[in-house]
Design a protein around this ligand. Structure first.
Ligand code: CTP
Length: 398
């Protein structure tokens, strides 16, 4: 996967720089083209001569030498990825605040390629809130952070903060940047959130769905390479679309139309929305005034989106529904799977602690049409989304 890839390796002043020598060797062995940039203090830890010999390229350290100027913009454009390993606490804080007093920092600031960083420091520095804040900032810039490891530290202490081993760094880069996803080129639609069925201009019938589960699934499908359209009911979730196409709808009827239109071109459809089953027959034009009588509202059944997609589903399309049950969970979920002609039903039971509306966690069991059943423990909704997408890939795209 690394074969032919251009890697710009930044090395900063940390004792872990000795591991970068081996990292360069592994990158070259894997067929990558490597250019090394060092901060001035990195040269105190490893020799540029060793690194230039191993990388087959001159090592760059200065913005200027006596004769010429290093083109930091072109270096950032040359690379497929920029990897800073080790990233010292000092350079971390400079990057987080956009400082630019050496070549490595100038290249980082002008790099248009993705960036991965492998921090290395003593545990106390690693645990400091300033470090955590700086890392959070790098995450918000879109940089990928390679987790530190626990072990013997330069201080002689034992703890967290060791730079990841070179083999782990290589694996991280492959998985995060160069692995072709089985969902590459696939189109997916995901419904999420509640629907609101208007009674009058100021009232509606709705439900407590937050849309978190559906949004997590949409993001996960996108991360695995799918082109995702999220059809989102009136959720109050704050989120950044970040590559998702979002269609905002309010009512079950609007969600039905948007889903049916998008489904024709979709390979995968995940119906995670909590769609209202009934809608008022009449929506009053003016606000309904109270009087001394009971108020009876006549409701009509909404169209079942999942069922309508199941009826027209082609053989190669994958259709996933949800079931929220409070009793006879398994029987109801399997009957829903068959009735709606879905390929998979994700069951959440309200009897399970940690599952349901408005929570950050969920506990699901997946039933697929071939009769297999997969149960998962309580997890964050993001991790549940990973399990659901993994199951889709394993069953239909592996
Ligand atoms: N669904 C839908 N359109 C509707 C209603 C539900 O697409 N009008 C989808 C949901 O998005 C979910 C699944 O169907 O994927 C849930 O099925 P449903 O039969 O509505 O489950 P419950 O709401 O639990 O209904 P029931 O009262 O039958 O248990």
């Amino acid at each position: 996967m690394l074969n032919g890839k251009k890697i710009l390796l930044g090395i900063t002043g940390s004792i872990a720089a000795y591991k970068s020598v081996y990292l360069v060797r592994l990158l070259i062995k894997a067929g990558a083209e490597v250019k090394v940039i060092m901060t001035p203090s990195a040269k105190d830890f490893v020799s540029p001569l060793t690194l230039s010999t191993l990388s087959h390229n001159p090592v760059l350290t200065d913005l200027f030498d006596q004769q010429s100027w290093s083109n930091h913009v072109m270096l950032g454009r040359w690379a497929d990825i920029m990897l800073i390993a080790p990233l010292s606490c000092n350079t971390l804080s400079k990057i987080a605040t956009g400082q630019c007093d050496n070549l490595l920092l100038a290249v980082y600031l002008s790099a248009t390629c993705p960036v991965a960083i492998a921090p290395a420091m003593d545990e106390d520095m690693w645990q400091h809130p300033a470090t955590k804040e700086n890392l959070k900032k790098l995450g918000s810039f879109g940089n990928k952070i390679i987790p530190v490891e626990k072990g013997d530290l330069a201080s002689g202490l034992y703890g967290e903060g060791r730079m990841a081993e070179p083999e782990t760094i290589i694996e991280f880069i492959n998985t995060n940047f160069f692995l072709t996803s089985p969902l590459q080129g696939k189109k997916a639609i995901v419904t999420a959130g509640p629907t609101y069925e208007p009674l009058d201009p100021v009232r509606f019938i709705g439900n407590y769905s937050s849309g978190k589960m559906g949004l997590a699934i949409a993001k996960e499908l996108h991360e695995r390479g799918a082109d995702v359209t999220l059809i989102l009911g009136p959720s109050s979730l704050e989120f950044s679309a970040n590559g998702l196409s979002v269609i905002y709808v309010n009512t079950a009827a609007e969600m039905y139309d948007a889903s049916n239109e998008a489904f024709d071109k979709a390979d995968i459809a995940v119906m995670a929305a909590a769609v209202a089953d009934y809608s008022p027959v009449v929506t009053a034009k003016e606000k309904i005034k109270k009087n001394d009588q009971h108020l009876t509202i006549e409701l009509t059944k909404t169209k079942d989106i999942l069922k309508s997609l199941g009826e027209k589903k082609k053989k190669e399309q994958v259709l996933v529904g949800f079931a929220l049950e409070t009793e006879n969970e398994k029987e109801n979920a399997i009957s829903k799977l068959k009735r709606k002609n879905a390929d998979m039903i994700v069951l959440n039971s309200l009897k399970d602690a940690g599952a349901g509306f408005k929570k950050d966690t969920n506990k699901v069991t997946i039933f697929e049409k071939g009769g297999q059943e997969f149960s998962f423990p309580v997890k964050s909704k993001e991790d549940v989304a990973k399990d659901i997408v993994d199951t889709i890939i394993r069953l239909y795209y592996a």
